[in-house]
Design a protein around this ligand. Sequence first.
Ligand code: UD1
Length: 360
Amino acid sequence: MNRSPKILSIVGARPQFIKLAALTPGLARVSQHEIIHTGQHYDEAMSGAFFRSLKLPKPKVNLEVGSGSHGEMTGRMLVELEKVVIRRKPEMLLVYGDTNSTLAGALVAAKLGIPIGHIEAGMRSFVRDMPEEINRKVADHLSSLHFCASKTAAGNLKREGIKEGIIYCGDLMFELLDNSRKRIAKDQSLLKKYKLTSKGYILATVHRAATTDDRASLVKLAKIFESSPLPILFPIHPRTVARIRQFRLQRAFMPIPHLKTTDPFEYFDLMNVALHAKAVMTDSGGLQKEALFLGTPVLTLREETEWVETLKQGNRLVGLDATKVKKTLANLSKVQKINWTPAGKRPSERIISAILSFLK
Ligand code: UD1
């Protein structure tokens, strides 16, 4: 029978929508590609806005699992996802990155004997108890095809004994951004809205449990913001808002006159404010790279990064240390724009051709 293979993409969180956006047009041309949304991110600003601005097709199914403890969330996903996968009978399941949705997708497919392609495989922080590290390790060891964004990632997999199906394909986030540069650069309406000037402010984001779920860490973050020589634009993740309230830290953040808080931005708006920022401060993995792709220096509010290559290109690990942040901001070096597309094909083309030859 000559028909195109059925491939399911399991997604649930913001960075997954971004990677999916780079892959979807090509996949739709050569396969019956269906998107299954776990519902891990469900707020309009965290999900709907991304689907709309990235012109992603509507998911075939939304499991609407919502928030909860890791066990609750992953458990609900396993139960619902298994039914969906049995019903839809895909030839391959694609999982993205390192979230609980990645973990659930990989477990369901592995137990049903369906081959898995892991997008952004091989990333390691070497922090064993970090939830993302657990998710990515499990997904990697259950997958047949490992799509690595960097050579370091491919090396990590080999060191863990994975021998087959390692494909160094380059970075899908780079591809999407590279295709969108004109659109990202054009607009200055957000700068006007927040009364900011190009290269005259810092963009900050934090969402990781290690930063937000610990009161002392949030107090340190407030100190960092307070001592910033430039205004700070701070789109706040709902988890961070909740923790600031829970720890009664509103008074630590609110009186800072140069702190401009706002709801999370959709993709193109976030890239726009990252492009015009003097520097980006973040604990996000994706935004570290995206800022550097745009030529904006990054201060990573963690002690380590999975994207070790970025340390040579304008990414500084500053933890939550206000003194380090101040010194780094005083000596910002220029960033050499980085291009994480291996010579030859674009990442999405490499991924799609590897999937098709695997399923042949
Ligand atoms: C998740 C991923 C992380 C990824 C990030 C991208 C895991 C373990 N973590 O982290 O790897 O970098 O997505 O943003 O999967 N919430 C809402 N509305 C939403 C989504 C979340 O209010 O639409 C709140 C809830 O209180 C929830 C909390 O945020 O409990 C955390 O959400 P969750 O999806 O568990 O983790 P993220 O921090 O978003």
